[in-house]
Design a protein around this ligand. Structure first.
Ligand code: ADP
Ligand code: VHF
Length: 254
């Protein structure tokens, strides 16, 4: 039974294949998070989706990956995403808070301490921190590989009991996830470097780092004694299975 966890949700769980925000999926996740909160679990949510949410507001722009375009999408999208979270959590009588960070905040002792103190205070006040990379200022060396890296750093900072990474796949497969011959790997040892060979080059459109970063971050986090549960964020009731001990995805442990 976990009492303190970090949950990371990837772009492809929060948006539809056409790039629009998937309100049904977000709403279902908030319901599940509220149920965990009601059961006394302290949690921090790391949520991607700002760029996708912003892109939907400014359609028809060239998708050339320009830094300024990404900054604009995330700046307008983050507001929209947080407003949605605010409304959905309020439906459960819960407050949520926005926390934005760059890689620099984990390198600078003062920033690190300020962030840690803020998380502590938010959790004491029963607020759900919703964390994202500060895409407006996180450019080049201030950028995380992706939010999986940010999630791993927050999990270690808070010394949580588990990191849950929700994506659009069930977990790590021993081949291409859409190949019927591929099998899900339920358990991975952090020290096992052979599993990286299963990662395919191709990944879904919205995400940044893909399965390779997920696996690297999971192994690094697990080596620090924090188990990492990778699973499908669209699987109904997935978060309830954290407590039952029957995780349907891939579990990475020390
Ligand atoms: N061996 C593998 N098992 C599972 N997924 C894999 C594998 N190799 C590559 N992937 C890809 O990794 C992707 C998940 O990473 P990503 O797109 O970054 O997700 P997210 O947006 O949730 O962070 C999946 O779309 C999947 O196609
Ligand atoms: N900060 C970005 C998320 C980038 C990212 O890491 O996405 P993902 O690989 O889907 O977790 C956003 O909010 O759109």
């Amino acid at each position: 039974m976990y009492t303190r966890i970090v949950i990371k949700v990837g772009t492809n769980v929060l948006t539809r294949p056409d790039g629009r925000l998937d309100i049904t999926s977000i709403s279902s996740l908030v319901d599940q998070i509220a149920a965990l909160k009601a059961a006394g679990v302290e949690l921090v949510l790391i949520s991607s989706g700002a760029v996708g949410a912003g892109r939907e507001l400014l359609p028809g722009r060239p998708d050339d990956g320009a830094v300024a375009q990404r900054q604009v999408y995330s700046a307008i999208g983050q507001v929209r995403l947080m407003e949605l979270y605010r409304q959905l959590f309020a439906g459960h009588g819960l407050l949520c808070a926005q926390v934005l960070a760059t890689k620099g905040d984990f390198r600078d002792d003062l920033h690190y301490d300020n962030m840690l103190n803020c998380f502590g205070a938010l959790l004491r006040d029963e607020v759900v921190p919703v964390v994202n990379e500060n895409d407006v200022v996180a450019v080049t060396e201030l950028m995380f590989t992706d939010n999986d890296e940010l999630a791993g750093l927050v999990a270690r900072m808070l010394g949580v009991e588990a990191l849950v990474i929700l994506s659009s796949v069930e977990g790590l497969y021993d081949g291409a996830p859409d190949d019927p011959q591929s099998r899900l790997i339920p358990r991975v040892k952090a020290a096992d470097q052979t599993v990286a060979a299963h990662v395919q080059e191709r990944r879904t459109s919205g995400g940044r780092g893909g399965m390779a970063t997920k696996l690297r971050i999971a192994a690094e986090t697990a080596r620090h004694g924090i188990p990492v549960l990778i699973g499908n964020g669209r699987r109904p009731g997935i978060l309830a299975t954290i407590q039952s001990g029957h995780w349907p995805g891939t579990e990475v442990r020390q």
